[in-house]
Design a binder for this molecule. Sequence first.
Ligand code: CO
Length: 299
Amino acid sequence: MLKRMIACWIVLGCVLFYGSMALAGAHGDMDRQRASGKGPAILLVTFGTSIPSAQAAFANIEEQVKAAFPDAPVKWAYTSYIIREKLAKSGQHLDSPEVALAKLMDEGHKRVAIQSLHMIPGAEFHDLKVNADAFKGMVDGFERLLVGYPALSTSEDLTKAADAVMTIIPKERKKDEAVVLMGHGTHHPSNAVYEAMMYRLQRRDPNVFMGTVEGGPTLDDIKEMLLERGVKKAWLMPFMSVAGDHAVNDLAGDENDSWKSVLTEAGIECAPVIKGLAEYDAFTDLWLDHLKVVMGHMR
Ligand code: CO
């Protein structure tokens, strides 16, 4: 009797267990069907900025992306915790890439194209890639999740960027006046991209220089070159997606150690142009071209 009861419980247990498995499977299938009707979503990822005037650059990129992919929902994520916190205090809530991806997954998106809006494939880009990869292989998660390269990733990008720089130099600038671009720079090995940019720019116009705030070429390198060539005036331009804090303060600020102050002190007249690269369509194309490659893999 006892043996029969135990056998019964085992059979019943098995039926319930496998039954619930089959049901879970059926729900999964229904979910998949529901979500598969959605086209790919686009997630634009940047360091972020808390300077309102710098937002013009992001607005321009978004406009270009929406024009190229009118059916895709476009979301934003800021990698900088400090910037997100600052903006939250004024009621602006920006997601980190991880939260943005979790939300997209929650909403049933199966295909997501992440576009890095960084300038170079540095630390922030690689961190983004690692965390995006962590979202792969989840049950009922994304079927396609790809990250587009930053603006200056391939040799072709450097050619396009150098050509684009030539088109954004102020018309009033005379040939013997220098154009000094300020890139961010990094401890990451990809800082070499800035050195390569210097070469590309110099080939086109020997009075156009590439410097960085946190890597090489340094401001000292640039100052030395300008003095060697007897340059009397320099146009200073940020080589960053947005004209944020570095452009406003480190490049064109009145502090003693700003690029404007240091070069002025060296006898070079300075004319700063405070506009982020993403405000120029010639540059938004660099990011857009990488996004197009990724979107091409979303079908
Ligand atoms: Co910085």
